[in-house]
Design a protein around this ligand. Sequence first.
Ligand SMILES: CC(=O)SCCNC(=O)CCNC(=O)[C@H](O)C(C)(C)COP(=O)(O)OP(=O)(O)OC[C@H]1O[C@@H](n2cnc3c(N)ncnc32)[C@H](O)[C@@H]1OP(=O)(O)O
Length: 337
Amino acid sequence: MEFPFDINQIFSERVSILDQTLVAGRRSAERPDLQGHIATVIDELGRASAKAQQLTAPITSASKLQSQRHQLYLLKDGESSGGRGVVVGFLKVGYKKLFLLDRGGVHIEAEPLCVLDFYITENLQRHGYGLELFDFMLQHKNLEPMLMAYDRPSPKFLSFLAKHYSLTQSVPQVNNFVVFEGFFFFNRSVAQLRKVPLKKPDGEIKPYSLMEREVVRQEQRTLPWPFAPPHSPQRLVSSQCSHSLSMRSSPSRAPPQVVPPSCPGCSRIQSPQSPLIDRYRERRSSQQGLAARCSLYSWNMDSRAVGPLDRPLPGTSLSHFHVSVHPRRMASAAELP
Ligand SMILES: CC(=O)SCCNC(=O)CCNC(=O)[C@H](O)C(C)(C)COP(=O)(O)OP(=O)(O)OC[C@H]1O[C@@H](n2cnc3c(N)ncnc32)[C@H](O)[C@@H]1OP(=O)(O)O
């Protein structure tokens, strides 16, 4: 994506990390005119992403970034366009408080890092730029993709996650977020998730992702629960759990391609020795740059935990996975599903 100004002058790094301040390095902090250019770039990227996802309005813009506590990773190619550089794409992430269903249909309150928007310019897609950007974010956040939630991922993004991170088995949700097998098990090992009482009064429950993607085109919605076809994931899950949360799920543009539970009511969490984890471990250990990435798991917290996915590293922070735990409900391992 080209602009009528010098991209290299604004973004000195190949990947810039932008937040509420709209500052990309020291230079732009000192120059209000450069900040205007940054806003132009973000707005343009947001529009292009919305178009690519067939949303009626962008979910990413400079003004939204200024008002929300999100982070935007912007990738440039500094050598193109006669040395002025081009913008390749962006990835926006942020923490969201979510009510999720584990494999057994138990409501879990969590605040994981979520992928909120992701876009690589059309002519550069399928060239590995998306992977470069996503890997950069994972290293910066010191996080594994299995521990994140994905806000209504597009088919291309689902294919991307399957190809690069072997994320294929999702745990059905009644909201717009997709989480994958391992999310509950490994996050729980880091910090206790909070089980949400099934009869929690509606008033206390915050809505799902209602802020941004509700602007999606109504006609592209498929039928939500309880109108979904009898064997759809929504129905399978909703039939197992309480309804106060289900009724509040936000509309979806195109429901995530979730995989229905193979055995509703059976073992909720894969054994750490399961083929899934083995596959994941094999794949991850063969990747270059793995050493730079920290494992997240503190295995002392739960006596049932059997060992790290990669390895524990000193100084591992829990901050990537904010969990709301009521002081009196700091659950012991035995309390958890
Ligand atoms: C939560 C959200 O943000 S959902 C929104 C996600 N964004 C979009 O759908 C916007 C349009 N798509 C894109 O911008 C990009 O395709 C992205 C961001 C999804 C992936 O970035 P890319 O640079 O294309 O990915 P990268 O080259 O690293 O990996 C390629 C893989 O991504 C997936 N992929 C990328 N483009 C496509 C496509 N047109 N059709 C199907 N799969 C695709 C495939 O798995 C592909 O592997 P393959 O070529 O072997 O089939």
